[in-house]
Write a protein that binds this ligand. Structure first.
Ligand SMILES: [Zn+2]
Ligand SMILES: [Zn+2]
Length: 322
């Protein structure tokens, strides 16, 4: 059925990584009903190093046609375009924490959306110093901004953008589409690091951000339809650190600040979610770690649907027959 739908839409040739797979509960963007709240993974690789295989961390929840972008890793604007999300509809951006694989294109996303024709308000949410980052970004790029306002009739960008620094958990906003709740998670040495929950009328979606195994994330994700959880494949850690100088510090960071795929399964089971999505994969591009290895590791403790995240994958979850 899924395949027939895609063929009718003219998407007869799909890259292998986007092909629907039995039991994975995911398809290419565009296959879902428009009215349904959508979740699209924009970038699923962990870490700031630009890669061929995967983009840096970013995802978008689209409720009633309004995009809520979570994290702004390298290439997020282009990934949104690739997913068919008009940049002119950008409305909310949520940053989980101040690591560059989540923030590198924060300013660029707003600036390029504005260059693409955005004329409406954007609210941004995340840990300090989000306000200073926003202000300094526009100051740094004032030559282009002032030129485009003068030459192209663009509206001023600064008044459109409203940053909100988030320092504690709780409900951040409730609009006509979703309620958004934050929780503080554990990602030393950065603090605060945030997870976000989106409760729409038809489904609930939780994004872990970067975190060690976290009880506050379990509480935030309680009963959710979908949990997107960062994942570390433990046996590959030694191969990762062998590639970098200062390896001992990196290894300790990875082990203290992230969650193994096996523990992702434990968290998903403890929270009682329906679908677990493994994303922010570390390693992001190790050919020795197969899809089955990731899934099998998470499967040890979780009986629900498990999805291995791929760039530009739309996640439906088991609550959404396609
Ligand atoms: Zn990260
Ligand atoms: Zn991080």
């Amino acid at each position: 059925m899924q395949r027939r739908t895609l063929l009718r839409c003219g998407l007869a040739v799909l890259p292998a990584t986007l092909s629907p797979r039995p039991g994975r509960a995911a398809t290419r963007p565009g296959a879902a009903q428009a009215a349904r709240t959508r979740l699209i993974l924009l970038g699923t690789g962990g870490g700031p190093r630009p890669r061929v295989a995967t983009s840096a961390s970013a995802q978008v929840v689209i409720a009633n046609g309004t995009p809520y972008v979570i994290d702004c890793g390298d290439g997020v604007a282009r990934q949104l375009v690739s997913a068919g999300v008009p940049l002119t509809t950008l409305r909310h951006i949520f940053v989980t924490h101040q690591h560059s694989d989540h923030t590198a294109d924060y300013g660029n996303l707003i600036w390029l959306s504005w260059a693409a024709g955005l004329r409406t308000r954007v609210d941004t949410w995340g840990p300090p110093p989000l306000e200073e980052m926003t202000r300094l970004f526009f100051q740094m790029n004032r030559t282009d901004i002032e030129t485009r306002i003068a030459d192209e009739g663009r509206v001023p960008i600064v008044p459109l953008v409203h940053p909100h620094e988030v320092k504690a958990g709780g409900v951040l906003l409730e609009d006509e589409n979703v309620k958004v709740t934050a929780a503080i998670v554990s990602h030393p040495p950065l603090t605060p690091a945030l997870a976000y929950r989106f409760d729409a009328k038809d489904r609930s979606i939780v994004i872990s951000g970067d975190t060690a195994r976290s009880d506050s994330l379990v509480a935030l994700a309680r009963g959710a339809d979908v949990l997107v959880h960062e994942a570390l494949y433990t046996p590959a850690v030694d191969r990762i650190v062998a590639k970098v100088p200062n390896a001992s510090t990196l290894k300790q960071h990875l082990l203290d600040s992230h969650t193994t795929a096996e523990d992702c399964g434990r968290v998903a089971a403890a929270a009682g979610v329906k679908t677990l999505v493994l994303s922010h994969l570390v390693p992001p591009d190790d050919p020795q770690v197969t899809d089955e290895m990731w899934i099998d590791a998470a499967r040890r403790h979780f009986k629900g649907t498990i999805v291995l995240g791929k760039d530009l994958m739309e996640v439906h979850g088991q609550e959404s027959p396609v």
